[in-house]
Design a protein around this ligand. Structure first.
Ligand code: KG4
Ligand code: ZN
Length: 366
């Protein structure tokens, strides 16, 4: 790797992870993550105000640790990139304020970038989960790279033909994110937060066919056909599923019977994973995407990995799952996208942009 590749510092603070990453082009130099997850446990979900305060406390120590690990000083950096949206407004504000302060103090160019597109930035790194570290975007073909992002904050299918200028949102959740559905259902079942790992564990002991739970937006009215796609062909909805689980639990309780936690967990998990993988495969087939990158915390789910791998294999889609610290929110993905923007000669954002908690994927960078 040439040392003339841009050296970029990335800052991520859109949810509960304070992430600082440093890359030189496609080479990852450091990736420091500080999570406030523990502080949200007793509330059963991320509390935005607590997350913002935690970012404030973690930002400078994380920055120092990342610089030390990469063995560089701030003045060696060519540019700074920061997540400007989408995400929690107050949380984003902490990262963006820190990035602006650093940019003003050092005179370095600043890029305010899109968090969802940054998840795909992991695919640009040498450490992207492929055997040979090849650039997933350069090798994606005309249909572009598909990305399936599944976390506590988002559930999206993206199509990326050019990461600096051509990103499409093919599908997204209309209500809860998949991880959020896991967290809410875990609570209904009396399992711990975060609910994903708890349900994953409980489901291992259960029968996934014990209950048939709804697969949201899967009927013809929403899906349409390949020739005449419906408005929600690649979209998701998990609120009906959560309600269906609640009804089943209530019916056992009303009858004075023990709630079959493992069977409900396994059947719920099957409904989530079935609909996500089906729609992702449909998007890959219809949009000509031959490679699919998985991202987000739910990428840890054993059944999602199993079913997605099986369906990708039968569709002829190459599935890439980066290591877990690069799947969840981190600064390295922000830095990786920043480095690509610098290399593409993209104008920096300056310091006048504001955060946008619902920033569309079409805005890769301010
Ligand atoms: O990407 P992530 O760490 O950040 C946020 O979205 O904040 O994702 C966290 C989400 C949580 O909702 C958690 O329940 C879910 O990922 N998760 C899982 C598993 N591990 C974490 N969901 C299903 N199965 C898992 N094994
Ligand atoms: Zn994310």
């Amino acid at each position: 790797m040439s040392t003339r590749e841009p050296l970029v510092l990335g800052i991520e603070s859109s949810c509960d992870e304070t992430g600082i990453g440093i890359v030189r082009g496609a080479q990852l130099l450091s990736n420091t993550i500080s999570s406030s997850m523990e502080e949200h446990v007793r509330f059963g979900g991320v509390i935005p105000e607590i997350a913002s305060r935690a970012h404030l406390d973690a930002m400078i120590p994380a920055l120092k640790a990342a610089l030390a690990e990469a063995d560089i000083t701030l003045d060696q950096v060519d540019a700074i990139a920061v997540t400007a949206g989408p995400g929690l407004a107050g949380a984003l504000m902490v990262g963006v304020s820190a990035a602006k302060a650093l940019a003003i103090a050092t005179g370095k160019p600043l890029y305010g970038i899109n968090h969802l597109v940054a998840h795909v930035g992991v695919g640009l790194l040498e450490d992207n989960g492929t055997e040979d570290g090849s650039d997933l975007l350069a090798n994606a073909g005309s249909g572009g790279l598909g990305a399936l992002l599944v976390s506590g904050g988002h559930t999206e299918i993206l199509q990326v033909r050019d990461i600096t200028s051509d990103v499409r949102l093919l599908g997204a959740t209309l209500d809860d994110a998949a991880g959020e559905a896991y967290d809410k259902v875990a609570r209904l079942l009396g399992l711990d937060y975060p609910g994903g790992p708890a349900i994953d564990r409980a489901a291992a002991e259960g029968n996934r066919n014990a209950f048939v739970f709804p697969r949201g937006l899967s009927n013809r009215k929403f899906m349409g056909t390949a020739e005449e796609p419906g408005a929600h062909r690649y979209d998701f909805s998990f609120s009906g599923l959560k309600t269906a689980v609640a009804r089943v639990i209530e019916s056992f309780e009303a009858a004075g019977e023990e709630v079959p936690v493992a069977d409900i967990a396994a059947s719920f998990q099957e409904a989530v994973v079935d609909v996500i993988t089906k729609k992702a495969m449909l998007a890959c087939r219809e949009q000509g995407m031959k490679t699919l990158l998985l991202g987000g915390g739910v990428a840890a789910n054993s059944r999602l990995r199993e079913l997605l791998a099986a369906r990708c294999a039968s569709e002829g889609v190459r599935l890439i799952i980066p290591k877990f610290t690069l799947c969840t929110d981190n600064g390295a993905m922000v830095a990786a996208l920043g480095a690509r923007l610098v290399a593409a000669g993209r104008e920096p954002s300056g310091v006048d942009f504001t955060t946008d908690s619902s920033l569309p994927v079409t805005t890769v960078c301010f």
